[in-house]
Design a protein around this ligand. Structure first.
Ligand code: NI
Length: 165
């Protein structure tokens, strides 16, 4: 395993549509392992391959319950329901937050590192994370969905409010 460099907004690789994975080989496994190590070091809820300069449809998302990374290869959204609005950040835009509206419930299907298809459902933060990471694979950042960045005070106020609920 190795740490990879997370690229920041402005790099072309963050604006490209990524290619599907067709070979479930040691190279893919190394990429998934590296994504996990890099995300664990950076601290965050998810990381997509284009964020480390690899234009393939691969990402990982933190499972809130088990605190393990879910590996998603060639993921697709099957259905989405409801709505939530909250602060969202991205490791490619360090220190920044924006208010983003996302579906509250999302069902996806994806392949695992060996090519087996599986389905999964996420609610709340997980649903937000699925949407955010899958958008990376089509070259989109959350900043396309916001009017402005949140101030530090606004972000803090949002998280405090959530703790109370
Ligand atoms: Ni991101």
């Amino acid at each position: 395993m190795a740490l990879r460099k997370i690229v920041e907004q402005g790099e072309k690789c963050l604006t490209k549509v990524c290619r599907p994975v067709t070979e479930f080989n040691p190279r893919l496994h190394a990429l998934l392992d590296d994504l996990a190590e890099t995300l664990s070091e950076a601290g965050g809820a998810g990381l997509a391959a284009p964020q480390v300069g690899i234009l393939r449809r691969v990402c990982i998302v933190m499972d809130e319950e088990t605190e393990e990374y879910i590996e998603l290869v060639n993921p697709e959204i099957l259905f989405q329901k409801g709505e939530q609005t909250g602060p969202e950040g991205c490791l490619s835009l360090p220190g920044k937050w924006g208010l983003v509206t996302r579906p509250n419930q999302v069902r996806i299907r994806a392949q695992d590192r060996d090519g087996n298809w599986f389905e999964m459902e996420g609610e709340g933060l997980m649903a937000r994370c699925f949407c955010h990471e899958l958008e990376h694979l089509d070259g989109h950042l959350y900043t396309e969905r916001i009017d402005r960045f949140l101030t530090e005070e606004e972000v803090e106020a949002y998280f405090e409010q959530e703790e109370v609920q």
